[in-house]
Write a protein that binds this ligand. Structure first.
Ligand code: HEM
Ligand code: HEM
Length: 188
């Protein structure tokens, strides 16, 4: 089994599984973050639906990130584009940090929901609460960690996207293509 620092393959782009997981997780993170921040903006009667949707999207993110880590630990990444070793190291540290925060945010959210005595409504079926709600004073710090970890995730993702776009416009080997579908080859 390979690890996160595995020797790259000769391929120049991530395969379809890695690309689909990358973009679906990125989109779901934006949805979860948006819903988490705007719960109070919706009419009060919508609150249940918004929070439950937020929780279901968050759980989907957790499952997809675990699948992605599974893919990552059993596959070798495409070979790094040529460039300064320090940039490759920064990218690797950034990716490991993103994986960690992508796991930490939904796990803290789950702990918060369970300790607030909430169940989980998946639409077709529901999972009842595991315990009675603990007092808000006891769970408030968990909610704050969840919120701050979510901000850290978005900040890291923005830096990461800026680096990807920066490379796209500055460098000729175009690392952004590593996460985009291969352009179809035209036959003559
Ligand atoms: C990457 C995934 C997630 C992101 C980015 C995220 C983000 C957020 C944000 C920004 C808030 C607002 C915090 C506040 O105003 O105090 C929030 C609240 C919350 N989150 Fe998450 N969250 C995620 C996953 C989860 C998961 C998996 C659960 C539980 C299954 C969850 C449960 C909650 C709950 C219960 C609240 C409080 C909602 C309310 O009643 O106002 N979150 N989340
Ligand atoms: C919430 C948003 C995002 C998250 C959490 C995220 C996370 C990640 C992670 C963890 C990797 C490492 C893949 C691996 O080796 O296993 C990665 C790679 C990559 N991401 Fe993102 N990403 C996000 C958004 C974006 C955006 C908006 C762009 C484009 C502008 C982008 C472009 C790339 C590229 C080009 C790679 C390949 C980098 C390389 O191997 O050199 N990502 N992303």
């Amino acid at each position: 089994m390979a690890d996160l620092s595995a020797t790259p393959t000769a391929a120049t782009a991530y395969d379809a599984v890695a690309r689909k997981l990358h973009w679906s997780i990125a989109a779901l993170i934006l949805v979860a973050f948006g819903l988490g921040l705007t719960v109070d903006v919706f009419p009060h009667s919508w609150e249940y639906a918004v929070v439950e949707t937020h929780k279901v999207v968050g759980i989907a993110i957790l499952v997809l990130v675990l699948a992605r880590l599974g893919w990552r630990l059993t596959h070798r990444p495409p070979k790094m584009p040529d460039g300064p070793a320090i940039l490759a190291l920064a990218a690797r540290i950034g990716h490991v940090a993103l994986y960690l925060v992508m796991l930490i945010v939904p796990i803290i959210g789950l702990v918060y929901a369970v300790r607030r005595g909430q169940g989980f409504d998946f639409g077709l079926f529901a999972v009842p609460a595991f315990q009675a709600a603990e007092p808000r004073a006891a769970t408030r710090p968990i909610r704050e960690w969840h919120e701050w970890a979510a901000y850290a995730l978005i900040a890291l993702a923005c830096l990461h996207a800026l680096a990807a776009f920066g490379n796209h416009f500055v460098r000729t080997d175009d690392p952004l293509r590593r996460m985009l579908p291969e352009a179809p080859r035209r036959s003559l």
